[in-house]
Every structure is written in structure tokens, then in C-alpha cells.
Design a protein around this ligand. Structure first.
Ligand code: NAD
Ligand code: MG
Length: 389
């Protein structure tokens, strides 16, 4: 029986993780559930899965959850710091990081510090502080098992292989809802349209990131740290069918791919069960229904976020952290119709130019850079709105 802490339980990844748990009652027990604002769903999940601890990170929602669970033997905690304490409990084996954005960093670090196995969906953790996180994981002898489908694919391809024999990894990208579109079209797209992903149903932030290809940029950085690669060893190819989830090319020219239908429950269950594989009855790939698997280069010119992210990865230091913060501000502004689709890249670029470069950021530097970047980015959003009137 593996005892789980599921952080971000009410999100797209969190709810699917709970589906996996519910389908395998003999394998997993839920010890901790956390959510930010969706108190109604958190209460429902707590009643069903009976964790020992529930953490509500948004203080405004604490009382409601506490009152609702009063009669159950569940400890309800409120606030960010409570999350740090909850993940360190000796009764937890695996911490699933499924919080979105920079907000997930602190609890991931705390879980690593406590020696917990990490199932990592929160890619921003590695984008923001990849070097520090991997260092700490090595120090504490902690395994970080990716949940992101591309990284799960690479991880699966690497089982039994010598990491020194990897020539490069090839991340596949679906291309998102605007594949093949040009700037003259993108200039007018709205959030409602960008949220419609052809192959995956996901949270709002990652859906917008998939539409701008920032998601693939963040994933390049995530792959670099997770698999300890040089920048040149991280490649991207557009594969619109999302059947190949990513590939590894070895020094003898051989390429391994991991395939499956696009369903996040697969990489989630792989990460939670690793090194076992769980039997399930999900729909299988029928290759007669997928007669064509196609590939094309990514359009770095139109989807500038991908180029900006790659440059930030190559530049290193605090650049990916600044990139992430600026992007979080832009995605929110875009969702609120405050900036246009193409403007997001301009403003992320400007933020990267504005924030002081730090070559070897400490954790404090990451926090400072994140805050500084958010300020600049918000300022750019404000200025662009003013200029509209
Ligand atoms: P989501 O928006 O659906 O859910 C986010 C979860 O985090 C919610 O439970 C929410 O309560 C919690 N949360 C939000 N802000 C918080 C804060 N400030 N403090 C604490 N908790 C907070 O997001 P998602 O789509 O499930 O994505 C979660 C993570 O997994 C992201 O990093 C994303 O990039 C990654 N990921 C998601 C998918 C997917 O299919 N959804 C695929 C690969 C990777
Ligand atoms: Mg992914």
C-alpha cells in the first residue's frame, strides 16, 4: 500500500490521480489532499477518500472546509505553510505535485527535503529552480518520477538504459489548437478559443501554454533538468496525433518511442505505481484507427514563446525563472482579455530584458527574480491597456 499526498487535488491532474486511486483501492491510500480555492470539490474528495489531513491554501476558504469536515477524523489545515508541514509527515510515501505554477515550488522542496518520492506534474518547479531542486533530490536520494506525458515517455524509454548513451531526447508537441496558423490569424484569437485543445483536456493555464507553445518551451527546460541533458540534447518535433508521447535517440542512432492514447491517467498511474505497472481496461491504441502518424518542424517564428523559452534555457541562470513568472502573469492577463495572444510573447521578452540577470541563483534569488518579473510583467500589461484607450 503506497500512502499518497496529492497536492492540487481539485485540478485536472489531481482529480485524475484520484480516479486512479479509486480504481486501485488495494494499492493506494490517500493521506493528504490539498487545494487552493475549490472548497466544494475538496470537501467532497475528503469525504470520499478520508485522508488524515486536508490543506486549504487559500485562507479565505479554510473555515468553510473545516466546518464541513468537523464530524470526520480529518485534520484540516489552512495556508501555504501548512502544506509544507503536511508533506513532511512520516505517514506519506509519495507526494504528487499537481499544483499549477510557481506556487508549487515550496511544497515540492519541502517534500524532497523530507525524503519523499516525488511524482511531478508541476513542471514549473523545475523551470524555476531546476538546478537547486535536482541537487536537493540527489542529496536526499529522492526519486523524481515525471507525470508530464512527454517526460513519462522519456523516463519509460530510459528504463534499463545507460544515461551516458543518450544522444538526445525528442519531445513531441501536438501543436495545440492553432497549429498551422500565422500571426495575422493569431492576433485576434480569444481565450475561449485558445482553451479548446484538440487532444487533451487540461487546466486553464497549461491549455493556454499549449496554444502558445510555451508549454513545450517549459517542457524543454523540465527535460534538461530531469534527465541532466545539455541544451543541444533537447529537441522538439510537432506530432499532431499525440500518439507518440516522446522519444529518446541513443548514441548508436537507435530511437525508442513511447506510445499510447492521449490520457493523463496513464502517466499518472505509471508514476504512482513505478516500478510496477498497473493493469487497467482503458481503451488501447488501435493502429488501424491511427493509420497516419505525422511529424513536422515546430514554427518558432510564429509561436515566439517557444523560441523565447529555448533562449532562456540556453541563457540559464535565473532566465527560466523570469520567463515562467512573466508567462504566468501573461496567461492570467490573456484569460482576462487584458492582452492579446501575440502580445504575450512581446511582454515576456521585455520582462526578460528588464530583470537583473543572476548567473547562479540561490532559492532566495529565485523568489526575488520571480517577484521582480511579475512586477515588470504586470506593468507592461497595464501600459498596453492604457494605450488601447
Ligand atoms: P489545474 O488548474 O486544473 O489545477 C491546479 C491545482 O492547483 C488545483 O487543485 C488548485 O486548487 C491548486 N492551486 C492553484 N493555485 C494554487 C496556489 N497558489 N497554491 C496552492 N494550490 C494551488 O491545473 P492542472 O492542469 O491540473 O495542472 C497542474 C500541474 O500539472 C501544472 O504544473 C501543469 O503544467 C501540469 N500538467 C498538467 C497536465 C494536464 O493534463 N492537466 C499535463 C501535464 C502537466
Ligand atoms: Mg506535457
Amino acid at each position: 500500500m503506497k500512502r499518497l499526498a496529492i497536492l492540487g487535488a481539485t485540478g485536472s491532474i489531481g482529480t485524475q490521480a484520484l480516479d486512479v486511486v479509486a480504481a486501485n483501492p488495494g494499492l493506494f491510500a490517500v493521506e493528504v489532499l490539498s487545494a487552493h480555492r475549490n472548497s466544494a470539490l475538496l470537501i467532497e474528495q475528503a469525504r470520499k477518500f478520508k485522508p488524515a489531513v486536508v490543506v486549504v491554501t487559500d485562507d479565505a476558504k479554510y473555515k468553510e472546509v473545516k466546518d464541513a469536515l468537523l464530524m470526520l477524523p480529518i485534520k484540516v489545515l489552512g495556508g501555504k505553510q501548512a502544506l509544507v508541514e503536511a508533506v513532511q509527515s512520516p505517514t506519506i510515501d509519495i507526494v504528487l505535485g499537481a499544483i499549477v505554477g510557481f506556487a508549487g515550488l515550496q511544497s515540492m522542496l519541502a517534500a524532497i527535503e523530507a525524503g519523499k518520492t516525488i511524482a511531478l506534474a508541476n513542471k514549473e518547479t523545475l523551470v524555476v529552480a531546476g538546478e537547486l531542486v535536482m541537487q536537493k533530490a540527489a542529496e536526499k536520494n529522492v526519486s523524481i518520477i515525471p507525470v508530464d506525458s512527454e517526460h513519462s515517455a522519456i523516463f519509460q524509454c530510459l528504463v534499463g538504459e545507460d544515461p551516458a548513451k543518450v544522444e538526445k531526447v525528442i519531445l513531441t508537441a501536438s501543436g495545440g489548437p492553432f497549429l498551422g496558423r500565422k500571426p495575422n490569424y493569431l492576433v485576434n484569437v480569444k481565450a475561449s478559443h485558445a482553451l479548446q485543445h484538440p487532444n487533451w483536456s487540461m487546466g486553464a493555464k497549461i491549455s493556454i501554454d499549449s496554444a502558445t507553445l510555451m508549454n513545450k518551451g517549459l517542457e524543454m527546460i523540465e527535460a534538461k533538468w530531469l534527465f541532466r541533458l545539455a541544451n543541444e540534447q533537447v529537441d522538439v518535433i510537432v506530432h499532431p496525433q499525440s500518439i507518440i508521447h516522446s522519444m529518446v535517440q541513443f548514441t548508436d542512432g537507435s530511437v525508442k518511442a513511447q506510445m499510447g492514447l492521449p490520457d493523463m491517467k496513464l502517466p499518472i498511474q505509471y508514476a504512482l505505481a513505478y516500478p510496477e505497472r498497473i493493469v487497467n481496461s482503458y481503451k488501447r491504441v488501435d493502429f488501424r484507427e491511427h493509420a497516419k502518424l505525422t511529424f513536422e518542424p515546430a514554427d518558432y517564428k510564429t509561436f515566439r514563446n517557444l523560441a523565447i523559452a529555448r533562449d532562456a534555457m540556453v541563457r540559464g541562470g535565473n532566465a527560466p525563472c523570469v520567463l515562467n513568472a512573466a508567462n504566468e502573469v501573461m496567461v492570467l492577463a490573456f484569460l482576462q482579455n487584458k492582452v492579446g495572444f501575440l502580445e504575450m510573447s512581446d511582454m515576456i521578452d521585455k520582462t526578460l530584458e528588464s530583470v537583473t540577470f543572476v548567473e547562479h541563483p540561490s532559492l532566495d534569488d529565485c523568489r526575488t527574480s520571480d517577484a521582480e518579473a511579475r512586477e515588470y510583467a504586470a506593468e507592461f500589461v497595464k501600459k498596453s491597456q492604457l494605450s488601447m484607450y
